[in-house]
Structure formats: structure tokens, C-alpha cells
Design a protein around this ligand. Structure first.
Ligand code: FMN
Length: 406
């Protein structure tokens, strides 16, 4: 199937521009043999390339290009299919934008077109060319250093002394995972993640319940969460717990129960954040709104977890504004390499800035993801890169340290 990939990248400082000619000559032969066309633009700093041809060949060549150490910060902007080739000539062509007038280079690209009437500016691929040539998106190119610029070393000295807060007699247990602000070197809050009493998964815990019992179990488990948090001495930071929206609707006196348990364990409502999952919010919106009203009037904050997972989208923020949102891990994964993920996260951030909603990125596993998100304006992170959940206790945080000599 005829496939088009467009990406943008940054030339390494150590690579002389002259060396590009040789690379293009070799690529011209390789592309020609694979029936692939590569139109490469270079503006003195950044590359922009369109690859077009049979799917398997385009993916193979693109995989080689991604591994090429002569460039970095490669961001895939488009991966699409087309009925016919935009650019007939297989091979490779380099346009050095410094030697062309802007309009001229676009015209040159259009002149490569197989059938000119197809190359209209309605075409997304062509629009990407125009945007790159006109440099209108440049403010959004976050130039992040290589991931190995940083060491992430767990700070064991930070660990509280004393035993883990596991209660053998309770039905369930909790693992605690910090949400951190790495530049401030600060733990801003903890999330209590439900487990069985032996530390097994949430699914293993909830599978014992059917029907409405699940809501009672959901609520009762918070007694254990607050007791463990109290024992662990989480007095300063915020504490997030997850709740099904229907728990507040179905279990009479649920908010009163939460407030009692919060107080009984030396905590205050203002430090508690109740997280609702985006999908559950959407399927029961009216009930959810009522539950939120009750929580907010008790002083408890509300967060939407898994935001952007595809159930609600930004419309949710028109209907209800939480105190914070947690961006879904599927959006965060490899964000530094993906134009679409970057565009969506930037839109979420922009919205949340206007609405004064705090944004946290969840599931951060790579230094590059963290650096890109930090450049985009996020300062709170949760993920294995910094700390994995620890059953019954608080894990050590691996704060980023710049490697010596970098
Ligand atoms: N190699 C290609 O075969 N086709 C290309 O279109 C192509 N474009 C490239 C664009 C840039 C910006 C850079 C830095 C490299 C490009 N390369 C291209 C080179 C590949 O990354 C890689 O070096 C090459 O495929 C290795 O080929 P070989 O294993 O046959 O030597």
C-alpha cells in the first residue's frame, strides 16, 4: 500500500553540512532501488523529510533514518496512505532552504508532482511542507538533549525510617506512588493505589465483588488508604485516592464516611484529591456532577485520571472543570517522537492554563518524555522514571542529575 511518512529532525552540530551531499547520493540509490521517494528539506538546522512509496520499504528506510546518529530530536509528523504518488520520481532530492526564496522552494516541490492537480494545498502533506518552509510552527520545536544526559538515582536517604504500613487484617492494601516536581526536587503528592492485602493487582482485589457490592468495597477501601497514609506520616503532601463516581451515588453517607476517616487518621480534607477515571465520568455524568458537588463542599479536590484516553476529550472541560487532570499514559508514551501526541498535549495544556487546572503527566518512563513535557509547560510527573509504587510504603525518588561533564 502506498504510504507517506513525514518527520522533522535536528542536524547534529558535529556533522558538517557538506557531508549531506554524500548521504543524499547514497540515499538516492537506496531509495531508487526500493521505489521510495525522499524529498528532504534542510534549513541550516532542521531537516524535514517526506518519504513516499510501498509501505514495507518506507517503514524499513524510516527505521534506518530514525537510528541515524547524524540527527536527533526526530519527530514523526504524518503517517498516511494515498491512492497514488504525489511525487513520482523515486530517489532522493535535497532542497537547502538557504539557497531558495520561500515561494520558489514550494514551487520546486510542486513541480516534482506526478500529476499537478493532486498537489493542492488541501493536501495535508503539502501543508506540512508549507508550514516548515514558512517556519510558522518553530516555537513548538522543543529541542531536548539526549536522554542519557541525565542520571536517575533513587535517593534512599529520603526514605522514612520505620516499618511498612501494611495491615494484615485489612481486606486490601495500598501501594504509594509519588507525584513529583523534578526541577523543584519536591514530592507534591502521593497516589494511593489499591492492591489485595498481599499486594496483588486492583483487578485481583475487585474480582471478589459483584453488583453493587463493588461500590461498598470501593468506599471501605479508603478507610485502609487513609489509615496507611496516616501511619506513613503523609501530613504535608496531597494524597490522591481513586473512587468510582457511582460509589458516591450508591452508598448512602459516602462523603460523611470519607470525612470521618480522613479526620480519624490525622489528615485534612483539603489535602485529599479524589481521582475519577475519564471513562466512568462520561458514562454517568449527572450522577458524577452530584458527587463532585458533595466532595467540593466538603473541601476535597477532584482530579480526572486517564485524561485524553479517548472517552471524553476536551468537551469534558466545557461541562466540568476539575482541580487537576492527569494526562493518560498512552498520550505520554514516546511523546518526544510523535507530532500528533505533541499537538494533543499542547492543546490540553493550553486549555488547562486558561482554566487554571493543574496538569500532571502519568506513566512517564523515559527521560526524553519528561524533558519534552517539561519544555511544554508541565511540572508534575508520576511514573517509573522517578518512582514505582511501593506496597505499604513510600518509595525512594530518583531525581534527575545532570551527568558529569555534560
Ligand atoms: N537513507 C535512505 O536510504 N533514504 C533516505 O531517504 C534517507 N534520508 C535521510 C535523511 C536524513 C536527514 C538523514 C540524517 C539520513 C538519511 N538517510 C537516508 C540515511 C539513513 O539514515 C542511513 O544512514 C542509511 O539508510 C544506511 O544505509 P546503509 O545501511 O545501506 O549504509
Amino acid at each position: 500500500m502506498l504510504t507517506t511518512i513525514i518527520y522533522r529532525s535536528h542536524l547534529c552540530e558535529t556533522v558538517p553540512v557538506k557531508a549531506l551531499e554524500e548521504m543524499v547520493a547514497a540515499a538516492n540509490i537506496k531509495n531508487g532501488e526500493s521505489d521510495v521517494t525522499g524529498i528532504l528539506l534542510f534549513n541550516g538546522t532542521h531537516f524535514f523529510q517526506l518519504l513516499e512509496g510501498p509501505e514495507e520499504s518506507v517503514f524499513r528506510i524510516y527505521a534506518d533514518i530514525c537510528k541515524d546518529p547524524r540527527h536527533y530530536n526526530l519527530v514523526e509528523l504524518l503517517c498516511d496512505y494515498a491512492p497514488s504518488r504525489r511525487f513520482g520520481k523515486a530517489g532522493m532530492e535535497l532542497f537547502d532552504l538557504r539557497t531558495y526564496e520561500r515561494e520558489e522552494v514550494l514551487q520546486q516541490v510542486l513541480d516534482k508532482g506526478t500529476t499537478k492537480y493532486q498537489l493542492t494545498y488541501n493536501d495535508r502533506a503539502l501543508q506540512f511542507f508549507r508550514t516548515f518552509v514558512e517556519a510558522t510552527e518553530k516555537a513548538n520545536y522543543y529541542e531536548i538533549p539526549a536522554g542519557d544526559t541525565w542520571d536517575f538515582i533513587p535517593d534512599e536517604d529520603d526514605l522514612p525510617s520505620g516499618p511498612l504500613a501494611v495491615d494484615e487484617t485489612a481486606d486490601c492494601g495500598f501501594a504509594f506512588q509519588p507525584i513529583v516536581d523534578p526541577f523543584a526536587r519536591e514530592v507534591v503528592s502521593f497516589e494511593a493505589l489499591i492492591r489485595t492485602h498481599t499486594g496483588d493487582s486492583p483487578q485481583a482485589y475487585f474480582k471478589a465483588f459483584t453488583g453493587n457490592d463493588i461500590y461498598q468495597a470501593d468506599l471501605d477501601s479508603k478507610k485502609v488508604a487513609f489509615a496507611m497514609a496516616g501511619k506513613l506520616g503523609l501530613k504535608e503532601q496531597a494524597l490522591s485516592v481513586n473512587l468510582l463516581p457511582m460509589t458516591l451515588v450508591n452508598v448512602p453517607g459516602a462523603v460523611g464516611f470519607l470525612l470521618n476517616e480522613i479526620e480519624a487518621n490525622g489528615l485534612v480534607p483539603e489535602q485529599i484529591v479524589v481521582e475519577f477515571t475519564e471513562s466512568e465520568v462520561i458514562s454517568r455524568f449527572d450522577e458524577f456532577k452530584d458527587a463532585v458537588r458533595q466532595l467540593k463542599s466538603a473541601g476535597i479536590s477532584v482530579a480526572i485520571d486517564h485524561f485524553g484516553a479517548g472517552f471524553a476529550g476536551l468537551l469534558l472541560l466545557a461541562q466540568f472543570q476539575p482541580d487537576r487532570i492527569k494526562i493518560n499514559r498512552d498520550l505520554v508514551a514516546d511523546v518526544h517522537r510523535s507530532g500528533p501526541r505533541q499537538a494533543i498535549i499542547q492543546a490540553i495544556i493550553k486549555c488547562c492554563i486558561s482554566l487554571e487546572i493543574l496538569v500532571c503527566a502519568v506513566g512517564v518512563e523515559k527521560a526524553e518524555e519528561w524533558m519534552w513535557l517539561e519544555s511544554a509547560g508541565i511540572s508534575q510527573f508520576q511514573g517509573h522514571l522517578f518512582a514505582s509504587p511501593r506496597f505499604g510504603g513510600i518509595p525512594a525518588v530518583a531525581w534527575p542529575e545532570k551527568k558529569a561533564g555534560l
